[in-house]
Design a protein around this ligand. Sequence first.
Ligand code: COA
Length: 253
Amino acid sequence: MAENETSNGPLKIEDRGTHVLASLDRPEKRNAIDQELVDALHALCAELEAAPRALVLRGEGGTFAAGADIAQLRERRAADARAGINTRAFQRINALPMPVIAVLDGYALGGGAELAYAADIRVGTPTLKIGNPETGLGIIAAAGATWRLRELVGEPLAAEILLAGRVLDAEEALRAGLITHLEPDADAALVRAEKIASRIASLDPAATQASKRVLQAPRDAHPAIDLAEQAILFESPEKMRRMTEFLERKKAK
Ligand code: COA
């Protein structure tokens, strides 16, 4: 294991300086999301809430995640459904202060797709297969797909994915805007995601975090939330520094 790498059971975590790289690491089960993985995701969120940095999320073994762990899911009952085991973990990931970038290689199905929908930015590879086969297992996609997917791709396509079990390939996901980059393979997709993360690290973190909060705010919160966030930033020394630097660079030319 590399010096900057820690393993929290099924989640491998690497400190990459500008960002954190987390890899779902249950390849023998196609990275199916079980309780241990959910717990590890919560622990990672706690760290990133305390010390905000962008997160790059990927899966080991040519798969992002083939869903919630069906062996555990089968045993869960009504109270477990109401507890929203995956829903709460994915909400917490979605609400992280800094952006989350998902690298989608291979299967991103069911809960795996919902984890991908919870990211802010998605990058894919040609082997991607993304969709929600939950109704085939006698359940609904209750960990974010019903609202997030509609926002991401619009109701017509979300309806076909959720009601008819349509699974998108990489080209279809790109056309739908579900991924914003399609790279030739997993290594290239990771490079792309890390480039995005290091670009984010060069921007003002307070402005990035404010942008994320405003972007996620409900429609009726606008424009009040935009103005409130901007009012804070207009007083920030970093805004003054960055704008002065820009103006002086121009003058020096
Ligand atoms: N939950 C639990 N175990 C899973 C899993 C899941 N969601 N997805 C895969 N696995 C396990 C398999 O049971 C198998 O375990 P085993 O080796 O102990 O038998 C192992 O992972 C490998 O899966 P396998 O089906 O042999 O791999 P494959 O490459 O032929 O197929 C998939 C990959 C993703 C197409 C197939 O595993 C699949 O359909 N998984 C379920 C997808 C799904 O319905 N997800 C929604 C859940 S909410």
